[in-house]
Design a binder for this molecule. Sequence first.
Ligand SMILES: *Cc1c(COP(=O)(O)O)cnc(C)c1O
Ligand SMILES: [Zn+2]
Length: 442
Amino acid sequence: MNYNSWYACIRGCGRRYSIYDVIYRCEDCGGLLDVEHDLAALKQVSAEEWKKLFDQRVRSNAWPYGSGVWGKKEWVCPQVDNEQIVSMYEGHTNCFRADRLGREIGLPDLWVKLCGNSHTGSFKDLGMTVLVSVVRQMIRDGKPIKAVACASTGDTSAALAAYAAAAGVPAVILLPRGKVSTEQLIQPIANGAKVLSLDTDFDGCMRIVQELTKDPTIYLANSMNSLRMEGQKTVGIEIVQQFDWEAPDWIILPAGNLGNVSALGKGLLLAKELGVIDKLPRIACAQSQNANPLYRSFLKGFKEYEPVKAQKTFASAIQIGDPVSYERAVKTLKAFDGVVEQAGEDELANAVARADRTGLYTCPHTGVALAALFKLLARGVIKSNERVVVISTAHGLKFSGFKVEYHSNKLQDIVTLYANPPLELPADYAVVRKAIDQFGLQ
Ligand SMILES: *Cc1c(COP(=O)(O)O)cnc(C)c1O
Ligand SMILES: [Zn+2]
């Protein structure tokens, strides 16, 4: 069977482009482009056959199908040659029941999809494998591409640098100076990318990279480039697959540039269209109160949109004031009866610490999602008998500085509810014994 995909303008003007064109917006109307698939061809295969095929490929070693993304190649990017695919077997991250945290908050059916358990420590790997594979195919087919480039809040750049290095393609990375964690800064440096640290914020880096990539030999890897959405959309398909092809009641995720909520929705809609699920979950987007343009728009029924100047937040990957995929995200939230909630710095920091005390090890963005969950549950928007999946977007180990400061009570203006600083004692048995007695262990 021959499957195919192409770019189509999201404003519905009818223009189509090849996925091998170096293009990020519609030439006619300036709209963003989405990848569309030949649904008629995909529908030739029954839902039962798709499920069986995808289940068989899970963790198989037949290249490239052992990847969570490429295991669904026909739905993602059918036309790229398997030999050109650049994959670290991303995806297939664990989705587990957060039993103790769920019981503590009165939500026994709470699950966490741990997307940070991935090659570069965030869910950005899912999209980057697709983008870099297409770039490698383009170079192979003679397109004059000299480098791939992105602006980043830290995770996109880590993923781009790793996949580009694996492919042998130069990567140019624009980071806002002092606004990404040490771990995120060192990742692209170690992978040999050209790292430019600029005196601006993410939105400022984004403006410059858009200028830079008007040169068609420098290929743009930000999520304006919807090839990444094709990989990112597998997270939703993977979640329903992990529940034996059944959708949960809710999926919650932190949201900044809004590409990921759109991708999540896209994957789930395709799964429904092709019959592998029969109902859709509701989606809740969680924003930092310091970078909340989607939340503000939600409060006005999505009738108005105003970019904001993003303020500093511990959830640095979503410190974005003018999200590129706003239009797409609104469409998605409308299709999924979605809601938007926000979390302040206090709330997100304490949500992280509370979750960590139950054995998780979450990043600040996941903290935003958890804090939003606590509020939605308290308000009765989410009911205590519902099944809820929280998408945990990055590994907690990327944010050690934040956790160290929290637990040593050094975070400015934060009243810590769960700080757990170590006791520093002389190496003396009597002193140690006395300290342990004072813990009041039962
Ligand atoms: C990119 C990212 C997000 C937000 O995704 P958007 O598509 O920008 O909304 C959330 N958490 C982490 C850790 C990320 O890297
Ligand atoms: Zn158009």
